[in-house]
Design a binder for this molecule. Structure first.
Ligand SMILES: [Mn+2]
Length: 275
């Protein structure tokens, strides 16, 4: 049995199928972790949702910002962006089943000494904190207030995490950290404007995983979201978004031996700023 963690799919269904074939993935014997952003921008969001849902317990998935965008558009709170490719999901006969399944995914998963989150974790959070905070959002998305909550989800404020945040502000800050974070300060101020790589840290900010005294420093973390880092494999933090959507590659890492498998993107390369 092996565990394969795969980076952001973003609708790259053909590459996903090829990658599972390359590693010889067996739903009966292996497990799959997906770091979120299953959908949007690429052409194959609908088959990805159907196939991953059908994997049942063989697949663990955390929510990414594009997954939450889909739920928010479906709930009628936001209009689709011009670059969205969510129409086939929104028109699918099994739309309700797929969206209900997606909305029941957590923000953080921890199993066998491994922690998975789409974007990042704040330096003051322990793994237990992160799981508890994820649980608060899961409970909200599973409850009768979920539809209203999706409408209150968007916004960059509060930009600084505090343990005594309450209500929508608290849940929005948790969601922003787990699904959108790249740079933050040691005391939990988040920055969402800069999307380029490490060298472009705004003054006073560092990549979330680069802070001294980060309380999850002893955990092995699997993440995605930050495509301009390319494949970044630090000893304890594996950033798996190798920019398949932008003409890079789709990456799987096999655990525990950390062998990397990649398939080339079928999208044209999009020039990026130097990182
Ligand atoms: Mn993302």
């Amino acid at each position: 049995m092996a565990l394969y963690a795969i980076g952001d799919l973003q609708g790259c269904h053909d590459e996903f199928v090829q990658l599972l074939d390359l590693v010889g993935f067996s739903p009966a014997n292996d497990r799959l972790w997906l770091v979120g952003d299953l959908v949007n921008r690429g052409p194959g969001s609908l088959p990805i949702l159907r196939e991953v849902k059908a994997l049942g317990d063989a697949a663990r998935v955390v929510l990414g910002n594009h997954d939450l965008h889909l739920l928010t558009v479906a709930a009628g709170h936001r209009a689709p962006h011009r670059s969205d490719t969510l129409d086939d999901v929104l028109r699918a006969p099994d739309r309700a089943d797929l969206l209900d399944w997606l909305a029941a995914r957590p923000l953080v998963v921890r199993e066998d000494g491994l922690l998975m989150v789409h974007a990042g974790l704040l330096p003051s959070w322990t793994a237990a904190d992160a799981l508890g905070l994820s649980g608060e959002v899961e409970a909200k998305l599973a409850g009768s207030d979920a539809r209203r909550f999706l409408g209150a989800l968007y916004g960059d404020d509060p930009s600084t995490w505090r343990d005594d945040l309450e209500g929508d502000d608290r849940l929005r800050a948790i969601v922003n950290a787990c699904t959108r974070l790249r740079f933050c300060t040691a005391d939990g101020r988040m920055e969402f404007g800069e999307k380029r790589g490490r060298a472009h840290a705004p003054e006073g900010f560092r990549p979330w995983f680069a802070h001294d005294h980060r309380r999850t420093a002893s955990e092995t973390i699997v993440s995605g979201h930050w495509s301009t880092l390319e494949l970044d494999l630090a000893p304890n933090v594996m950033m798996l978004d190798s920019a398949c959507l932008w003409g890079g590659t789709l990456t799987a890492i096999r655990l525990p031996d950390r062998r990397v498998f990649q398939v080339p993107s079928r999208h044209p390369v999009v020039p990026k700023p130097l990182v």
